[in-house]
Every structure is written in structure tokens, then in C-alpha cells.
Design a protein around this ligand. Structure first.
Ligand code: FAD
Length: 546
């Protein structure tokens, strides 16, 4: 039996990798479940980020579900790294394959959710195409994505600008006509690095506004024939096993324990080998790159030298290599022709740290040195209100009328990144303080979904009314999350979005569990084996308040 109208067992918010998998499992478990999705299509990140050049930065096999070997065998990826349209086709296939499309309501934004103590249910408000709807459910799962709420800069004069303003993370479904236009791209993170080479090919002139340059390594993307993919599948089981034991959820070779302890020749060989292999492999070239600042700086300088070797204009090269943070402390970016693009005569870079923006005008942008850059379009690839942003956009009110915004005023506080004290039966997939953005996110999602589905099934089978974390367990988890972050070079870049620093007023707190996918799997396995230690599972008449 599937859902009726207003009464459900489970409401899931979001139809990306997380929400789709959760719905598939919930249906398999016989729950009346429904997904509400703000977008007009499924796919989450891969629905919204349809900008030219959008592509995943993990190999396609590694960035796909592994919960069903049949699904794994029947889908053949066509490139080393999947492009946005191909990922969307894959997710469409998944939704149809498991017959769950009728459980997904599109154009439906969850605006509020209130815990009703008397009924032991969540009362969920949904703004949809047909107006406002209220549904209730015993269980509420937020699969809203860590990077689904674009963060836009607030510059004077943007309202005056007469040209087109585009946001990478909210790209129009109808491709805007940018051919022959004078375009500025603001942002050189993953999205900027992908969109810049694509737009350079069609723009009359492209100006890149650089605030925080990334460390950029070549992707080395290529087509994969069906025969090659079958070969890869033949070794799939071993590859999955290696990935399961890798902190990122994707295995990359290591050439030694310490970059600084290696000889110059060994270091050069290791870095070059990882550079030639392409992708994020270079961060794993030595085991201490993300924990030892000196080793890290050896790699950082090696990467800057590579960039200087490609970009011919010394001033542009200096702008693109002016990173002041350790490599890996912000997401390393993989590219196709990013640095090469700056060798075109019609592409320029502006160092906004040296020459800030004074204001936008009707015709373009004016810099602090009075220079005016005439523009027809601006593309913002300026990142996200990560982790907490999409969750706090919903007005969530838990036990005793306490809001989540109030509960998290000092930063996210969770148990395992899954639940919050005072918010019974509310779960997050890939939420703050879970591996999420510190890993291959699909692998992180595939840890949460079975754990949550099993927990809900266990609760239903044992007549449990509410599930909620113990405050002491949650406090301990928060301390672990912060403690691990302190060990990493990330703690030297507290001005990054990993700490929420890109959003004015956001508390400075590390947003993810950085202990790695294998360690986190062990934590979840221990919790499940212990009968959900750290959580209070209360039956009717009992209290779940720890
Ligand atoms: C440009 C870009 C590139 C990325 N590349 C990689 C990569 O290479 N490797 C990697 O591991 N990860 C990558 N990520 C992270 C990516 O988000 C995850 O890999 C994964 O797609 C997340 O799936 P999800 O289902 O958790 O969230 P999402 O895909 O973000 O889906 C969440 C959905 O929830 C919906 N939603 C949010 N709030 C509400 C609401 N209140 N009501 C209704 N619907 C709501 C959103 O509209 C969205 O569709 C990338 C992210 C971005 C933005």
C-alpha cells in the first residue's frame, strides 16, 4: 500500500541521491512514504546545476549507488567522470526502475514542520503548485542536501545592472543565449572552474573575478566505451571494497607516509604520478598531506608551480596562485582546461583582493581603481550556505515549541549528524556533523539510508513511539567532530565555507565529521549492534527525554 493524502508514515524532503534512495528503501519496507521536492524535476544538485560544463569530480562508477548489484550491472556510464545530464538520466532510471516516481511530489517546498506531542507526529507544511498543503507523518527525513542553497554576494548596484544575472547552482532550464556576450564569472571553486572554460568558448570576452583561488588539478576525463566499462565492472567488487576502506569513500594510491620525510625525487615522482592520474588523487599521495602543514605546503607550492607553468601572463598566474590556505582545506578542484583558458586573448582575471569591486552599474562592474568592465551577463559561482542552510530554511519546531534555529544558534549540534536533541523522529541524511561534504557524498548517503531505514523498521517492530538522541551522546559527538577538525589542516582555514564563514552571521563551526567513511561506518555499526545506544527509543507512555 502506498500513501493516502494527508497521513503518512514518512515524509522525505528532497529528491536528490538521498531522498530517492530513502524512498526506494521505505517503499521496500512497506512504509507509506512521500518525497516533497522544491524543484520541477528530480535529481537535486544535478537538477539545479545545469550550467555548461557541470560534472562530478569522482569517477562515475564510484559516484553511483551500490545498494543493488542489478542496478550496478545494468547502468553503463559513458565517461570517466559523469556529466550533469548523464547523472540526471541515471537518477531518472533509478526512479523508474524501482517504480517510485508516483511517490515524489515536485514543485513542492516544505516550509515548516512542527512536532505534535499529543499525536507523536510531525505536522509538515508544503507550499506547492496547488497552494498550501499540510501532511502529518510519524517520521520526517530531511534529505535536503548539504549544497542546495546558493549563497549570493551582496554588492551595491546589483539591482541596477541591466544585463543577465545567472547563478551556477540555479541555472535556467532553458539555456540562456550567452554566445558573443561579455560575461563575468565570479567564483573559482568547483562550479567556476567548470563553467569558465565552457563560457570562454562562446563569449566575446570573459572576465573572471577571483576572490579565493582554488588549487586546481587536471581531471583527465575521457570517454569510456561499453566494453571498457564492462571490464571495469568485472573488477567492481574489489574496487568497492577498496573504496569502503578509504576515508573519502574513494580509494587513491598513497606513495608514502610523509611528504616532508620523502626525498625531493620521491616527492616529485609521487606528485607527478597523481597529477598524471588526474582527479583528487593528489591529496592522498602522502598520508600526512591533510594533517601536517609543512607537508601540505610542499604540495601547495608544487601545485602553484604547475599553474605558473601553464598560465602565460605572469599577473594572471599570480592571481590564480595567491592561495593563502592549505591545499585540501577547501575542496580541491579538478579541471579540464581551466588554466589553459587564461591563455586566450579574450579571457582576463581580476584579483578582487588587490582591486575590490566598488559597485555594479547598469552596464557592468566598477572596480575600486575606477576601472569599468562592461558586461552583458554575470555568472555567480559563489558557493552555498552549506550544511545547515537548507535545513534552517525550514521553520522546524520540536518538543516544547523549541525551534531548530534557536537550538542551533551557536552552530549545528547533533548526534552522529543524524538527529538533534529535542526533535524526536526527525532525521537528516548527509546532515551537518556527518561525513557528507568531507567524502564522496553518494557513499555517505549510502551509509545513512540503510541505518535510518533499519532504525525505523526496528522502532516499528518494537512499538516505539519516539526516537531521540541522548543529550550526553550528542554532546560527545559534537566534541568528536570538533576534535577531529582540529587535527586537520582545515582548522587553518576557518575563513572557509567548511566553517560557514562565507555566510554573514553564520556561527563559525566545522560542518562535517572528518573521521572518514570507514570510521563512521564502524560507529553506525556499533550503535546498531548495541540496540541503538545513544538514542532513547520510547514506547507510548514512556518519556524519551533523556
Ligand atoms: C555543483 C556541485 C558539484 C558537486 N560535485 C560533487 C562531486 O563531484 N562529488 C560529490 O561527492 N559530491 C558533489 N557534490 C555534492 C552533491 O550535492 C552530492 O554529491 C549529492 O548530489 C547530494 O545529494 P542529496 O540528495 O543529499 O542532496 P541534493 O542533491 O542537494 O538534493 C536535495 C534536494 O532537496 C531539495 N530541497 C531542499 N530544501 C527543500 C525544501 N524545504 N522543500 C523541498 N525540497 C527541498 C532541493 O531542491 C534538492 O533538490 C556537488 C555539489 C554541487 C552543488
Amino acid at each position: 500500500m502506498h500513501e493516502g493524502t494527508g497521513e503518512l508514515d514518512l515524509v522525505i524532503v528532497g529528491a536528490g541521491f538521498a531522498g530517492i534512495h530513502m524512498l526506494q528503501r521505505a517503499r521496500a519496507d512497506g512504509l507509506r512514504a512521500r518525497v516533497y521536492e522544491r524543484g520541477a524535476g528530480i535529481g537535486g544538485t544535478w537538477y539545479w546545476n545545469r550550467y555548461p560544463g557541470a560534472r562530478c569530480d569522482f569517477d562515475s562508477f564510484d559516484y553511483s549507488y551500490e545498494f543493488d548489484p542489478e542496478l550496478e550491472r545494468e547502468w553503463v556510464w559513458s565517461e570517466r567522470y559523469p556529466s550533469q545530464p548523464e547523472i540526471l538520466r541515471y537518477l531518472d532510471h533509478v526512479v523508474d526502475r524501482y517504480g517510485i516516481r508516483d511517490g515524489i511530489q515536485l514543485n513542492a517546498t516544505v516550509t515548516a514542520a512542527r512536532w505534535d506531542e499529543a499525536s507523536g507526529r510531525w505536522v509538515v507544511t508544503v507550499d506547492g503548485a496547488a497552494g498550501r498543503e499540510t501532511v502529518t507523518a510519524k517520521w520526517l527525513v530531511l534529505a535536503v542536501g548539504a549544497l542546495s542553497r546558493p549563497q549570493l554576494p551582496d554588492y551595491d548596484g546589483l539591482d541596477d545592472f541591466a544585463g543577465l544575472q545567472l547563478v551556477a547552482g540555479d541555472w535556467p532550464e532553458t539555456e540562456p543565449d550567452l554566445a558573443g556576450k561579455r560575461i563575468a564569472v565570479m567564483g573559482t571553486g568547483s562550479s567556476g572552474v567548470q563553467v569558465i572554460p565552457s563560457l570562454a568558448q562562446i563569449a566575446e570576452r570573459l572576465t573572471v573575478l577571483v576572490r579565493t583561488p582554488s588549487y586546481v588539478v587536471p581531471a583527465r576525463n575521457h570517454q569510456v566505451s561499453a566494453a571498457e566499462y564492462q571490464e571495469l565492472l568485472a573488477g567492481g567488487a574489489e574496487r568497492r571494497e577498496r573504496n569502503r576502506n578509504a576515508p573519502l569513500g574513494v580509494h587513491f594510491p598513497s606513495y608514502g607516509p610523509s611528504a616532508k620525510a620523502a626525498s625531493a625525487d620521491e616527492r616529485e615522482a609521487a606528485f607527478q604520478s597523481a597529477w598524471d592520474a588526474g582527479g583528487s588523487a593528489i591529496l592522498s599521495a602522502f598520508d600526512d598531506l591533510l594533517v601536517d602543514v609543512e607537508s601540505n605546503e610542499l604540495l601547495a607550492e608544487w601545485l602553484r608551480a604547475k599553474a605558473r607553468g601553464i598560465v602565460r601572463d605572469p599577473a594572471i598566474a599570480a592571481t590564480l596562485t595567491s592561495q593563502t590556505y592549505p591545499v585540501g582545506a577547501r575542496r580541491i578542484v579538478i579541471d579540464t582546461d581551466f588554466y589553459e583558458t587564461f591563455n586566450r586573448d579574450d579571457v582576463d582575471a581580476v584579483d578582487l583582493n588587490a582591486t575590490p569591486i566598488a559597485r555594479f552599474t547598469r552596464d557592468g562592474v566598477r572596480l575600486a581603481d575606477e576601472r569599468e568592465i562592461p558586461l552583458d551577463a554575470i555568472v555567480f559561482a559563489t558557493g552555498y550556505d552549506a550544511g545547515t542552510g537548507p535545513i534552517l530554511a525550514i521553520d522546524i519546531v520540536g518538543r516544547d515549541g523549541r525551534g531548530l534555529r534557536e537550538a542551533w544558534a551557536g552552530g549545528p549540534a547533533t548526534h552522529l549528524g543524524i538527529q538533534v536533541v529535542g526533535f524526536p523522529n526527525l532525521f537528516m541524511i548527509s546532515g551537518p556533523q556527518s561525513p557528507s561534504i568531507m567524502a564522496n557524498v553518494v557513499k555517505a548517503i549510502e551509509q545513512h539510508v540503510p541505518f535510518l531505514a533499519d532504525l525505523i523498521a526496528h522502532a516499528e517492530a518494537h512499538g516505539v513511539r519516539t526516537v531521540e538522541p541522548e543529550p550526553a551522546a550528542a554532546a560527545d559527538w559534537g566534541a568528536q567532530v570538533d576534535g577531529i577538525a582540529q587535527i586537520l589542516v582545515h582548522s587553518r582555514a576557518t575563513g572557509s565555507w567548511y566553517f560557514g564563514a562565507n555566510v554573514p552571521g553564520k556561527p563559525n563551526a566545522f560542518l562535517a565529521y572528518a573521521g572518514g567513511i570507514p570510521a563512521y561506518r564502524n560507529v553506525l555499526a556499533d550503535v546498531e549492534a548495541s540496540g541503538y545506544e545513544g538514542f532513547v527509543l520510547a514506547k507510548a507512555g514512556e518519556t524519551s527525554e533523556g
